[in-house]
Design a protein around this ligand. Sequence first.
Ligand code: NAD
Ligand code: TDX
Length: 332
Amino acid sequence: MRKLLVTGGAGFIGSNFVHHVIEHTDDHVTVLDKLTYAGNRASLDGLPGDRFAFVEGDIADAILVDSLFVEADAVVHYAAESHNDNSLNDPRPFLDTNIVGTYTLLEAARKHGTRLHHISTDEVYGDLELDDPERFTENTPYNPSSPYSSTKAGSDLLVRAWVRSFGVQATISNCSNNYGPYQHVEKFIPRQITNVIRGIRPRLYGKGENVRDWIHAEDHSSAVLTILDKGVIGETYLIGADGEKNNKSVVELILELMGQDAEAYDHVTDRAGHDLRYAIDSTKLRTELGWEPQYRDFDAGLAATIDWYRANELWWSADKDGVEAFYASKGQ
Ligand code: NAD
Ligand code: TDX
């Protein structure tokens, strides 16, 4: 039985990955998570005790990290401060976790010779024009815009340096925007769904022309497992499912699927430095490692996600008022 250490496993994508691993492999999973405002222990409820363990702690705690690396066969690193809007308000935690935290894991991987997979984002590449025929590839130069994406870019570069300088056994993946269950209500899709459930009008930043390349969290999980099993050490793989949509069309679809007038939303203050468009070319992952996305019907995936938020109001309701108060203070 392979022993996996998953950092940030109580967050959105990490918890989806843990459920995926328990369902599709024989691996044992230990989650290391600080349970920040974004971590929710309930996202890991119901997992079998003989396959799963939870450790509350900080990835920047070198002594704790060292003790967990002793036991692990491989580490999948999801833990991060992940929200662009928060990074515009208070960048410091992004430096502490995304940079110093990743450095701490790399030093432990170096000491113990542990296989490490680093989870990153397409935002490290900056943004594209709406009519640009090119999409991001593994060769696109880094050009991050926000404090969040610059710290993720920095963490990727640390991984590359530790591979080259110290022979650390690491791979990197950069994925596009995820949707699915267990996503915090601060993020775009859950915010609008839970707004409609609460009788609040959805909030679209600026004109809503910005494009995101949506992928279901399940497809992200299957891609990460593929890279963990078959990826070449030192390589970067882009993960995407050809899901480009502008924000306006996503808000309208949420409203329609929830039985509301598709125009019943408000335009609010735009995000500072708002990236215009992300688009992923995942040819390398598909041709070299044989991965394919399974969730190709965005409307069906979004409808299932809406059902999940309707059925799990207890999971998100405690966070909702605070998130809306924060946005309201910024005119969003
Ligand atoms: P999230 O904010 O939902 O979860 C982050 C988790 O990390 C939380 O459980 C939190 O408690 C934990 N954490 C934060 N700081 C920590 C620390 N110092 N020590 C230990 N645990 C800590 O984030 P997410 O959306 O699930 O993103 C997970 C990873 O995927 C991040 O690295 C992010 O950059 C990357 N990513 C996200 C997306 C997306 O669409 N959400 C897309 C591509 C890549
Ligand atoms: O209320 C909103 N209204 C709105 O129009 C919110 C919260 C967002 N938006 C817009 C901003 C973006 O164009 O929706 C789009 C998506 O916003 P977020 O959910 O904040 O995601 P984004 O900034 O694109 O970043 C996400 O994908 C890449 C994740 O949060 C990152 O962690 C990941 O790296």
